[in-house]
Design a protein around this ligand. Structure first.
Ligand SMILES: Cc1cc2nc3c(=O)[nH]c(=O)nc-3n(C[C@H](O)[C@H](O)[C@H](O)COP(=O)(O)OP(=O)(O)OC[C@H]3O[C@@H](n4cnc5c(N)ncnc54)[C@H](O)[C@@H]3O)c2cc1C
Length: 290
């Protein structure tokens, strides 16, 4: 089912769209674990589940394999992430044709990050430099439902800050995107401000908030610095007190993600996209709490 129909159904049934994000593991054992996680999360009836796309190597083919397996062996609706990294137009067209042939209907169109060992993203010859162009390319030649990424606190490379991200989100919408999924944030005001500004610019597509359940303090600080998400002082204080206690950190993560999700849903967000990261425990707890 296409994302616009999934979101329309959620609206008609007055239920929030809860979705989960996975990544393609590097090993067969990791893939087995992911599969167990998918089976644990399936009874929650997520609106859709998405699978990220790596910067190269075997995980790219794993993305396709996992997405197709979800589509054909479960009742879940998958969304395949696709990036511009290392692919020419021909490569992308071939992959999209394969997805179409296996009845995959939803694509998250991204630029992607620079592969390991490279300082910054560079488009390859015959490829695309931005997700705006990839979105237009997919929209022109295939009948996918296209979602895109967006950044309520601004993408780290956006020289003009959030204003740039809003400008490019509008172009993504004009180029065929029907929904956006945000980078995670810990202060919902970032999302509300971004959504209000988007509305004023004529951005009408749903902006689905991304929620990251914290599992490890040091890891979340490192990752947030890289992707431009602010860790507020109150959260530092809370997590610092339990930095060596993994169980307590996870419980705090669940509590914060639940509170954030409840607030977002009661303030008219279409739902939440949970960065499940191939683990089921936090996502199950958050959904039960909701
Ligand atoms: C929900 C979500 C899922 C993700 N999944 C993956 C994944 O599966 N694999 C992966 O590798 N990464 C993934 N990422 C990370 C993402 O690839 C990075 O954040 C990347 O740096 C930017 O991707 P983008 O699609 O937002 O790029 P873009 O929208 O192309 O933006 C990249 C930068 O260029 C600027 N820009 C955008 N369009 C233009 C334009 N037309 N002209 C000039 N400047 C422009 C923007 O301001 C921004 O600074 C994901 C991020 C999110 C939020």
């Amino acid at each position: 089912m296409k994302l616009q129909d999934i979101l329309a159904r959620c609206k008609a049934e007055q239920t929030p769209s809860i979705s989960f994000e996975f990544f393609p593991p590097k090993t067969d054992k990791g893939e087995e674990n992911l599969w167990a996680c998918i089976q644990e999360l399936a009874p929650l009836n997520p609106a859709f589940v998405s699978v990220t796309y790596g910067a190269g190597g075997s995980t790219q083919s794993r993305t396709r394999r996992i997405v197709e397996r979800i589509k054909h062996e479960t009742a879940l609706e998958p969304m395949a992430h696709l990036t511009c990294v290392g692919s020419t137009e021909e490569d992308l067209a071939a992959l999209l044709s394969q997805y179409q042939a296996s009845n995959i209907e939803n694509i998250l169109a991204l630029r992607g990050d620079a592969p390991e060992g490279m300082d910054s993203f560079e488009a390859i010859k015959g490829g695309f430099a931005y997700a705006t162009a990839l979105t237009a390319f997919i929209h022109a030649r295939n009948d996918f439902s296209i979602a895109v990424a967006t950044y309520p606190e601004g993408h780290p490379e956006s020289a003009g800050g959030v204003a740039d991200d809003l400008k490019y989100l509008k172009i993504k919408q004009d180029n065929g995107a029907i929904a956006a999924i945000t980078q995670y944030f810990f202060d919902n005001d970032h999302y509300y401000r971004f959504r209000d500004a988007a509305e004023k610019m004529g951005i009408t597509i749903p902006i689905i908030p991304g929620i990251m359940p914290i599992a490890n303090y040091a890891q979340i600080v490192r990752f947030s610095a890289m992707c431009g998400a602010t860790v507020p002082d109150w959260l530092h204080e809370k997590l610092d007190a339990y930095a060596d206690d993994e169980h307590a950190t996870k419980q705090i993560g669940i509590e914060i993600a639940t509170r954030q999700s409840q607030d977002l849903i009661s303030n008219d967000a279409v739902g939440v996209h949970i960065y499940a990261l191939n683990k089921s425990e936090a996502s199950i707890a958050i959904c039960r709490n909701l």
